[in-house]
Design a protein. Sequence first.
Length: 79
Amino acid sequence: MSKSFPKAAALLNKLHQAATQADWDSYFSLYLPEAVFIGTDATERWSTPEFEGYARPTDGWEYTPKNSVFMSVKTQKMI
């Protein structure tokens, strides 16, 4: 677990676990309503409802994290 950002690391672990179990209620409860899922392809940019429509019919997937780096960033709401 990340020493600098333990809450972020714990949240990411919960996200991975829920995806592995196809526990979509738990998985999507971790997203903010305005969240955007960015996929593995440069063109993948899904709103939460779009991604939820894709994910719910699946049996889930397993992430195999190799390395995680957490950093603090400041964001601004995009208009």
